[in-house]
Design a protein around this ligand. Structure first.
Ligand SMILES: [Mg+2]
Length: 267
């Protein structure tokens, strides 16, 4: 019996020794049983990135108000701010304010009944979003790269901006015809048509694109195209775009609406 007790004690001791392997990494037994149980200091947490500089929101407001013009890139230390703005709720809320105002205005119009009232839509960052591309290219913090942007457009997968689609559908119900006017070029007509259709823009009066190689600003091109529309008898009751170059220059349209865009500037 004494031998059996000794074996049992040895077995328990061995098991206790083996159990040390399962101790928490932060608990280390120092000294013998009954002595102090010390706790090692916890590992320092990974440092969190610094918050965006407080001026990023002010810069965005100044950009939207056209107080800052001709800028090339978003300040590098505002990348996180712009990313949060675009992928969080704020961008959608800001956009909805614009769209709701545009719809209320359109619903207030007394149409002629002649079917000549049109609404001009820009395409990129107004009807369609290039956010999937922007997310891979620094949200505007990197200089514009024409080749990679054209490659993205050629994929024809740009998603619709849902607020603009809501406006578009309401205008169709009201009898106001949509016209898309974009600085995309004529060689992108097929993919742009496909992209718009696939995203729910089912019909339009015209899709106007820039001639390839045109040497002018977007604002000058769009102003000229709107003048042609007016000369052809159309009445531009509304005009919406994410750039000031979409909505500046007579004839602008009876009312213009600036869609938010904090990531790039087009003159
Ligand atoms: Mg645009």
């Amino acid at each position: 019996m004494a031998t059996a007790r000794l074996i049992l004690l040895l077995t328990v001791a061995a098991a206790a020794a083996g159990s040390c392997c399962f101790c928490s990494a932060q608990e280390v037994i120092v000294g013998g049983v009954g002595e102090q149980l010390a706790t090692a200091p916890p590992a320092a947490p990974a440092p969190s990135p610094p918050p965006p500089p407080p001026y990023c929101g002010s810069v965005r407001t100044a950009v939207e108000a056209h107080n800052i013009i001709g800028w090339k890139t978003v300040p590098a230390d505002c990348a996180e701010y712009v990313s949060d703005y675009l992928t969080g709720e704020r961008y959608g809320r800001d956009s909805d304010v614009v769209i709701n105002e545009a719809i209320a205005y359109a619903e207030s119009l007394k149409l002629s009944g002649h079917g000549k009232e049109i609404w001009v839509f820009d395409v990129d960052e107004t009807a369609l979003s290039t956010l999937p591309y922007q997310a891979k290219h620094g949200y505007g913090t990197k200089p514009y790269d024409h080749a990679s942007f054209v490659q993205y457009v050629a994929g024809g997968s740009a998603p619709a901006l849902q607020g603009t689609l809501r406006l578009y559908r309401r205008l169709l119900q009201l009898g106001i015809k949509p016209v898309f006017l974009t600085d995309r070029t004529e060689d992108q007509r097929a993919v742009t048509t496909h992209n718009l259709l696939s995203q729910g823009y089912c019909s339009w009066e015209k899709l106007l694109l820039q001639p390839v190689g045109l040497q002018t600003t977007t604002q000058a091109f769009k102003t000229g195209e709107r003048q042609k529309l007016v000369s052809a008898g159309y009445v531009i009751v509304g005009n919406i775009g994410d750039q000031w170059s979409d909505i500046l220059g007579s004839p602008e349209g009876y009312r213009t609406f600036k869609y938010p865009n904090p990531i790039y500037y087009v003159a």
